[in-house]
Design a protein around this ligand. Structure first.
Ligand code: SDX
Length: 428
């Protein structure tokens, strides 16, 4: 039986701190009284050892390469579920019964009309604007058009705001893409399901009939499921932090979009394809680039490799790698980038540098290859990640508000100047 407390000896005194138990995985030391009792705080750059909350939504084991959504393993969810059902599961904690599913899906269709005025906001952006910057702005702008969904307290108000966000966000993602392509934007087609509707809104050409390719729809649905939540990652922690100030849901989600944009986080899927294209253009010598990734003096990193938590294969990367093979085969596409990715993976996984540091392919390493095969341009990859992660952000934000987590306000270790008096400029 493990201990249920830890003892800290400091300044000739002993202090006891209780252990907080988990259903599975990490147990934690409750240090809420540490500073009052000892005058000490903790320091943990990047929060590598620090739990920010207690959650019931997603569990991952980085050593075993396991990922569960509300207790269901990602392998089964990816195989058997669909994105709309996963959104319900993450928000409400259980797989929906048939009538719950249809009511959820009908509400999303009921709320998915986006105010036409938002088109004017899209028009002011240059076509060259990065889609993540456009998406973050449009998401925050939703607040202005949906004031009732801002100051939410009851579970009913939270359900309304959550379904409104889900309904409108896919339109914003499709419209963001259309902007980059110089295509007119449209309000979608409610005869279709969520993923089909996004796909048609984004890709339908105004002068052609649109065929829904079931291979593409199935691939998009699976990719969105695989990105749906990932416990306290950078962008989710950002959404929680912003929401902890009781900022509205749309503005909180907008901050998550901005955090996801970073190349060390969701922006990595775009950086992976750019890296593979660079290696191909450079002659395809993967050994040369693996050597560069290992060289501390070379700023190059193997994008799509490594993870803060997974010290084994990212289970999503395994599923996406297999899906990439299937989809390229079904669509009859040969993609040199996939060959280079597989060569890179082989060389890196046999190299001491990567083995020692437990650096494996993560979710971003193969996802871009599928997006490209589906005709999605590179700069849109992170928007696709955001669309997938939306239900996770909302579920985590809801949990934080429903549990009444306090406003986030970390402390610091100060190593700046000692107290000193102001000196007039004439005497400096
Ligand atoms: C996502 O948190 C999540 O759950 C995120 C995510 C989600 O679903 O939300 O899973 C999505 O963001 C996946 C990660 C996508 N990012 C990338 O692929 C970018 C490349 N990866 C790295 O930048 C890095 O691995 C991170 C940022 C992902 C993790 O960084 P850590 O945990 O802070 O680790 P670190 O940077 O301190 O690296 C530890 C060591 C260092 O070497 P040493 O100083 O010990 O000698 O490993 C090296 C690093 O130099 N290293 C790499 C490397 N990643 C880490 N060396 C070369 N190439 C890499 N990719």
């Amino acid at each position: 039986m493990s201990d249920n407390k830890v003892i800290l000896n400091y300044d000739g005194k002993s202090f006891e701190y209780p252990i907080v138990d988990s259903t599975i995985g990490d147990r934690g030391i409750d240090i809420s009284k540490l500073r009052d009792q000892t005058g000490l705080i903790t320091l943990d750059l990047g929060y590598k050892n620090t739990g920010a909350t207690i959650s019931e939504i997603t569990y991952l084991d980085g050593d075993k390469g396991e990922l569960f959504y509300r207790g269901y393993p990602i392998e089964q969810i990816a195989e058997k579920s669909n994105f709309t059902e996963v959104m319900y599961l993450l928000l409400h904690g259980e797989l929906p019964k048939a009538e719950q599913f249809s009511s959820f899906e009908n509400n999303i269709k009921k709320y998915n009309f986006v105010a036409d005025e938002l088109k004017k906001l899209i028009d002011v952006f240059p076509r060259s604007a990065h889609p993540m910057g456009v998406l973050s702005s449009l998401t925050s702008a939703l607040t202005a058009f949906n004031p009732k969904a801002v100051d939410v307290k009851s579970k009913e108000e939270l359900d309304y705001a959550s379904e409104l966000m889900i309904a409108k966000f896919s339109h914003l993602c499709a419209w963001t893409y259309r902007k980059t392509q110089g295509l007119p934007i449209n309000h979608g087609d409610n005869s279709l399901n969520y993923v089909e509707n996004f796909y048609k809104m984004a890709f339908r050409l105004p002068n052609e009939e649109f065929e829904l390719d079931p291979v593409v729809v199935a691939a998009l649905d699976k990719l969105l499921i695989l990105h749906a939540d990932h416990e306290q990652n950078c962008s989710t922690s950002t959404v929680r932090m912003v929401g902890s100030a009781h900022t509205g849901l749309f503005a909180s989600i907008s901050s998550g979009v901005s955090a996801l944009w970073g190349p060390l986080h969701g922006g990595a899927n775009q950086a992976v394809i750019e890296m593979l294209e660079l290696i191909e253009k450079d002659g395809g010598d993967v050994n040369k680039w693996v050597a560069k990734a290992k060289d501390k003096n070379d700023g190059f990193r193997l994008m799509g490799f490594g993870h803060r938590v997974y010290k084994n294969f990212d289970p999503r990367a395994k599923i996406i790698k297999k899906a990439a093979d299937d989809i390229l085969g079904k669509l009859g596409i040969q993609d040199k980038a996939l060959d280079i990715a597989m060569q890179l993976e082989k060389v890196a996984l046999e190299d001491e540098y990567f083995i020692e540091r437990k650096l494996y392919p993560n979710v971003d390493f193969y996802s871009g290859i599928i997006y490209r095969a589906l005709g999605i341009p590179t700069e849109m990859f992170t928007v696709m990640f955001a669309l997938g992660r939306l239900p996770g952000w909302i579920a985590q934000w809801r949990e934080m508000r429903l549990k009444g987590d306090p406003i986030g306000r970390p402390r610091q270790i100060y190593q700046g100047s000692q107290l000193r008096d102001y000196v007039d400029i004439a005497n400096r």
